[in-house]
Write a new protein. Structure first.
Length: 264
């Protein structure tokens, strides 16, 4: 039994429908015509490389999948995929290291497309103190470490809310990109049991957070963080396009005071 490879037209149609826009709307965005878009999707017309890249841009297709579109149309991949330890990535690595170090004592880390940790600062490693070796064996996975019942999960005071936020984040990414490894990770971490935290149900003082915080216990202290995620602008490499820098901003004065005392 053979499985046919999707045509470029079928792939484009899938991305267009995934984005929820019509052929007419896409044509307007790409300075084309709905007739031409229809011809491409049905295989009656082969798009030029320039038009294909323009359509992919207007559909916000991930860089990795843009290469797949080009290959399906008979063109060479446009975007390289360079290993992060390649000598050509030295400037990027040094920049990331300076960024993470400069953010200390607050936690910051860099993850790839499936949340494997590629770099982390001392603020992040502090939160991982005491975790079992099997969770800290490379490649470390941020989602697995956070939600595993032997990981950070028992220390997170608002686990149900934070878990729901992380799973929803993964669901959005799966909807935007065809990633079987990410889907497999989602199936794994979403199946972890969620134990009732000791003391659940006890009233706690309301804090006017600006966003949903990660509230976590560390060495007898209750720390609160608001997460911010940044990506690289207009990346031209698959590896760089899939990197995300997460910084944890202290959400209350007590967290600031405690982390600064550790830094001092």
């Amino acid at each position: 039994m053979t499985t046919s490879t999707p045509t470029v037209g079928a792939l484009l149609r899938t991305w267009r429908e995934r984005r929820g826009i019509s052929q007419l709307e896409l044509a307007g965005r790409a300075d084309s015509s709905s007739r031409h878009i229809s011809f491409i999707e049905t295989g009656r017309s082969r798009p030029s490389e320039e038009m294909l890249l323009r359509l992919a841009d207007r559909l916000d297709v991930p860089v990795r999948e843009r290469n797949s579109l080009l290959l399906a149309a008979g063109y060479a991949p446009h975007y390289a995929q360079t290993a992060l330890d390649d000598p050509s990535m030295e400037t990027l690595r040094e920049g990331i290291e300076r960024l993470l170090t400069g953010y200390e004592p607050y936690p910051a880390l860099v993850v790839d497309a499936v949340y494997n940790v590629v770099a982390a600062n001392r603020g992040t490693l502090m939160l991982l103190d005491g975790l079992p070796e099997h969770l800290l064996t490379p490649p470390l996975n941020a989602m697995r470490i956070t939600l595993h019942p032997e990981g950070l999960a028992p220390r997170i005071r608002n686990l149900r809310e934070w878990r729901g936020h992380l799973l929803a984040q993964m669901e959005r990414q799966i909807a935007l990109a065809r990633s079987e490894p990410l889907r497999a990770l989602y199936e794994e971490v979403s199946s972890y049991p969620v134990a009732e935290r000791r003391g659940d149900g006890e009233p706690e003082e309301a804090v006017p957070y600006i966003a949903l915080p990660l509230v976590i216990e560390h060495d007898g202290h209750l720390l609160s963080f608001v997460s911010s995620i940044a990506t690289f602008n207009t990346p031209m490499d698959v590896t760089v396009a899939e990197l995300a820098i997460e910084t944890m901003l202290p959400a209350d004065p007590a967290t600031v005071k405690y982390l600064r005392s550790l830094g001092d």
